[in-house]
Design a protein around this ligand. Structure first.
Ligand code: FMN
Length: 376
């Protein structure tokens, strides 16, 4: 049985907190033994208690706020020499394999609300051995230590909203979270805690974090996800974010602010296009103007091969195009303008959208020569 569970049980027994003991112990897993895991839905919690208040106007839309998603995860704070030899299943135990549970949550938050990801890394990595990591974490907690961090947010003053993610370590957040909090001025900022945990839930983490923050920091309702539920938690996380008013992707807002307009001239007729702000779209923008030849593909899209490759690093793995989407099909290096709806495809990269002139596109004949150029 995990040491923190043993300690937790002893603590409850000592204090004689019957209700607490009943609530927590019935769900305690034996992480080394899969068969004794509780049902997967036992403890997935958008948590509503824990010293953090939902803002009065929970529909407040955060669009326009600059968002940082800072998180700590064990997997990014340890060194694993032979990952293939690690026999740690993230559904039954804390994992040293990337991505860590908290990192997964951070990624889904970013997908929904945009913002910048920041992984909190300690100078001295934790052991990849679970018991050794537990021991050091226990010592650090007992000493109220502030482990030194290697990386820093240079422009914290620019962020209005800081999502702060952590695993539950010994009924609170890892001490590195407190190193992080104390390094910056959080006055006037909004902090949104999220936690990956075992059967201990959020325990005292959010109360401790709230106490470490200035009074002028607004701490929104946190979410805690029980580790066996992590892989299926994206919808729950989206629901939680929507409940807090985070409905619009920060990335979308940036797209609007930085959108570039293109003009495509087809037989004297103009097609207006908005190009997004992504690595591949930016590279296309730099190549303009272009003379291109379009052909039909399967009665679904008009395609044209580019003479140069567009970079796809940092782009999503694929997308589900709608009518009017301008995409890159990376393996073939062709632009695609969809005039019929199509399914999700791997390696299809979204570049932009046709604003007007879709009829011109769908009526383009084989080998139509067009000019694609900047419109602003
Ligand atoms: C040092 C350490 C202490 C832990 N203490 C607790 C705890 O007190 N309560 C709990 O519910 N889970 C505890 N866990 C389990 C983690 O919170 C859980 O596995 C989490 O999903 C790990 O997230 P990560 O992959 O982002 O590190 C502990 C894990 C470690 C490594």
């Amino acid at each position: 049985m995990k040491k923190w569970i043993v300690a937790f049980l002893s603590f409850c027994m000592l204090l004689g907190i019957a209700a607490c003991g009943a609530e927590k112990t019935e769900n305690i897993p034996m992480p080394e033994n899969k068969s004794e895991e509780p049902a997967a839905n036992v403890e997935t919690t958008p948590v509503t208690e824990a010293g953090a208040e939902k803002p009065e106007d929970s529909s407040t839309n955060q669009s326009g706020s600059k968002i940082l998603i800072a998180y700590f995860t064990w997997a990014e704070n340890t060194q694993v020499e032979n990952p293939e030899e690690v026999d740690v299943d993230a559904t039954t135990s804390a994992s040293v394999l990337l991505p860590g549970n908290t990192a997964k949550m951070a990624g889904w938050i970013q997908q929904k609300v945009g913002g910048d990801l920041f992984s909190i890394i300690v100078s001295e990595p934790y052991s990849s051995d679970y018991d050794e990591c537990l021991d050091r974490a226990a010592d650090e907690k007992a000493e109220n230590a502030r482990p030194e961090l290697v990386n820093h947010v240079d422009n914290m003053e620019d962020y209005d909203v800081v999502f702060l993610g952590f695993p539950n370590w010994w009924y609170t957040a890892p001490m590195a979270i407190f190193s992080f909090i104390e390094e910056y001025d959080f006055s006037g900022k909004t902090v949104v805690p999220f936690c990956a945990h075992g059967t201990g839930g959020l325990a005292g983490s959010v109360t401790d974090i709230t106490a470490a923050l200035p009074d002028s920091t607004e701490v929104l309702e946190p979410i805690g996800v029980y580790r066996p539920d992590i892989d299926s938690a994206q919808p729950v996380i989206n629901e939680w974010l929507e409940g807090l008013g985070f409905e619009e992707r920060e990335a979308d807002i940036e797209v609007e602010n930085t959108e570039r307009k293109l003009k495509m001239t087809v037989n004297g007729q103009e097609v207006a296009i908005t190009l997004y702000d992504t690595p591949a779209a930016n590279a296309l923008y730099d190549m303009l103007p272009l003379d291109l030849n379009f052909e039909d593909f399967n009665g679904i899209e008009k395609i044209s091969y580019l003479s140069q490759e567009l970079p796809t690093e940092g782009e999503p793995d694929g997308c589900d195009p709608d009518v009017g989407d301008l995409c890159l099909y990376a393996p073939w290096g062709n632009l695609s303008i969809f005039y019929q709806d199509f399914r999700y495809s791997d390696s299809l990269i979204m570049l932009g959208h046709i604003d007007s002139g879709m009829d011109v596109i769908s009526e383009m004949e084989e080998n139509t020569s067009i000019v694609l150029e900047k419109a602003n």
